[in-house]
Design a protein around this ligand. Structure first.
Ligand SMILES: [Zn+2]
Length: 107
């Protein structure tokens, strides 16, 4: 079975190929952006890992950021920065890192 680079995963490709949002920012958009920026500046945020920890084991689902498939949140690894990854995508990331760190041949 050939290995796929994370950058080749459908969800990553969809993001790469998404059209640029060129619609003008509305007053409602601006107000929401301003509110979010005020919350971040004031520290009124909940870290991603805390949100995930809260919802694990509740039956909540998450979407793997590598392949875009839906899984029970408990089945997704969240130890790769802010990304949620299924086992297969986590293996792909590990393999890519191993190639980089050990200087192996690219897949
Ligand atoms: Zn995945």
């Amino acid at each position: 079975m050939s290995r796929r680079m994370l950058s080749e995963e459908p969800a990553i490709q969809a993001l790469k190929n998404a059209p640029i949002d060129d619609e003008p920012v509305t007053a409602e958009d601006r107000a929401a952006i301003d509110e979010a920026e005020r919350d971040v500046a004031a520290g009124n945020v909940i870290p991603h890992d805390v949100v995930c920890a809260h919802w694990r084991g509740t039956g909540a689902q998450g979407i793997c950021e590598g392949c875009g498939q839906r899984f029970d949140l408990s089945a997704l690894a969240d130890d790769v920065g802010p990304m949620l990854l299924c086992d297969a995508c986590l293996d792909a990331v590990d393999a890519e890192l191993e190639d980089v760190l050990l200087g192996g041949d690219p897949p």
